[in-house]
Design a protein around this ligand. Structure first.
Ligand SMILES: *Cc1c(COP(=O)(O)O)cnc(C)c1O
Length: 505
């Protein structure tokens, strides 16, 4: 037999080598310059212009990984990576990914692998308990009731936000057609003739919300002006009074507020939007007996990075008011040691989501009814077996192990903030409730920018920047799996050193 395929035996051999390679990478990652020094085009030009005519030995591929690709890698798994947000990974996370690839399951329907669906349901329910989220998000909650919640793994927080917008739009348009106040009726399928009403819908998010909210609105077919930007306070958190004012003005103009995205831990500065006040602004003054005078506004809470902190009860206050939320997401792929991609998305009413996304062509019909078909909870049809890695991570660390790691990251960020505060050259630019510190040199934007560039160019660490109220800020985010005190101390020393070097020159 002339076999083009890799035999199980060859796979075993290369697989062992690959695990060895990755383990060595874990041991040595700290030695690489954290931010790649490649120039644009370096990697592209080093690769052949066409695929090989005949198959090549696996050893040659790994040689090119080292020779060509490694110089173009920015080392997110370096303990000296403090930029953007973490995309942390871990041994159990990587092995879960490998097993998912090995099984090669496509989990679009319950039938296409019951374990893929049911493990995901179970693990997402675990996360509700793990973070102390509202019970309404449990898959089992409200069984038989009109609304029934549940969780699903999305590829990213951006997809979760898009799905929330689509579910909110669906609910708002059904509502409009039911009350007869909208300009578009509902077609026989509940879809189709809703275009007219869509023009009247408006959404709200703060000036500090993630760019994925605007992107989601665009993908959902709205124009940019249908997303209102809500003002923030001195702590860069959404001003609920401004939200209430804008919704009132829009209603007076005949528009229909349908969606609010609040953020727990904004990307720029880790600001926490006030969920209780936002909930009140959306629901209006509590009048339990009165019929609601308008369609319910969907509240989505984006806690992409910071949600993970809620594994520690002492950080759960940030979730106060979450009972107002229709949906919520956080990314285990940011700060919970689970390889990208893994966003956990929870809804209070799965029907709204499924109504927006379910289409059942004949070739997908199955005999099994009353099962979850996760294809109806997301944009693509196909889906990977992503709950495996999350399950491995949760079982490897256990709740207490996760709590220890998260507490350590937060404590290190707080120590770093203390050093900044105590220095006469530097200052803190925003509240730092968790693992992100935004700070600047007192000499101003140019000086701060120059220091950050010098420190990043040295290769010893990688931090990123943002602009806060017109000021250039360095963002130091502590969350890489293996970051310890030694790395955070070295980071502070590097900034202090770069600042002194600039003083003498
Ligand atoms: C990182 C981040 C996102 C985007 O996350 P993806 O999963 O990459 O889409 C969205 N919102 C917030 C607040 C974030 O910090």
């Amino acid at each position: 037999m002339s076999d083009d395929h890799m035999t199980p035996d060859a796979f075993r051999r290369h697989g062992h080598d690959m695990i060895e390679w990755i383990a060595r990478y874990m041991e040595e990652v700290e030695r690489y310059p954290v931010r790649s020094r490649a120039e644009p085009g370096d990697i592209f030009n080093a690769l052949p212009a066409a695929a090989p005519e005949t198959g090549e030995p696996f050893e040659d591929m790994m040689r090119d990984v080292e020779r060509i690709l490694m110089p173009g890698i920015t080392h997110w798994q370096s303990p000296n990576f403090f930029a953007y947000f973490p995309a942390n990974s871990s041994g159990p996370g990587i092995l879960g990914e490998l097993l998912s690839a090995g099984l090669g399951v496509q989990g679009m329907s319950w039938l296409t692998s019951p374990a893929c669906t049911e493990l995901e349901m179970r693990v997402l329910d675990w996360c509700v308990e793990l973070l102390g989220l509202p019970q309404a998000f449990l898959s089992g909650a409200g069984a038989g009731a009109a609304t029934r919640g549940g969780g699903v793994i999305q590829d990213s927080a951006s997809s979760a936000t898009l799905c929330a917008i689509l579910a909110a739009r669906e609910r708002a348009q059904l509502n409009e057609s039911a009350t007869g106040s909208g300009s578009g009726g509902v077609g026989p399928t509940g879809h189709g003739s809703m275009g007219a009403a869509r023009d009247h819908l408006v959404a709200y998010a703060s000036t500090e919300s993630h760019s994925s909210v605007l992107k989601g609105m665009r993908v959902a077919g709205f124009s940019d002006h249908q997303l209102r930007t809500v003002a923030v306070d001195g702590a860069l958190a959404m001003r609920a009074d401004d939200l209430a004012r804008q919704m009132e003005r829009d209603r007076a103009a005949g528009l229909i507020p349908f969606f609010v995205c609040a953020t727990i831990g904004t990307t720029s500065s880790n600001a926490m939007d006030p969920l209780p006040a936002i909930g009140n602004a959306i629901r209006g003054p509590a009048e339990p007996t009165a019929e609601p005078s308008h369609a319910p506004v969907w509240l989505h809470v984006d806690a992409a990075m910071s949600g993970t902190a809620a594994v520690c009860p002492e950080f759960r206050a940030m979730h106060c008011g979450l009972e107002h939320a229709d949906s919520y997401c956080f990314n285990p792929h940011k700060w919970m040691f689970t390889n990208f991609d893994c966003d956990c998305f929870f809804v209070r009413d799965r029907n709204a989501l499924v109504r927006a996304l379910a289409i059942e062509p004949e070739y997908l019909k199955t005999a099994a009814t009353d099962v979850v078909n996760y294809r109806d909870w997301q944009i693509p049809l196909g889906r990977r077996f992503r709950s495996l890695k999350l399950w491995f991570v949760l079982r490897h660390y256990g709740v207490q192990g996760l709590q220890r790691r998260i507490r350590e990251h937060v404590a290190l960020a707080q120590d770093f903030a203390g050093w900044v505060d105590a220095s006469s050259s530097w200052e803190i630019l925003a509240p730092h409730p968790l693992n992100l510190v935004c700070f600047a040199h007192r000499d101003g934007n140019d000086r701060t920018r120059a220091i950050l560039e010098a420190v990043n160019a040295s290769g010893g660490l990688f931090a990123s920047h943002t602009i806060l109220a017109g000021r250039y800020a360095i963002r130091l985010c502590v969350g890489q799996t293996h970051t310890t005190r030694r790395h955070v101390e070295a980071a502070w020393a590097a900034f202090a050193e770069a600042s002194r070097a600039a003083d003498v020159s």
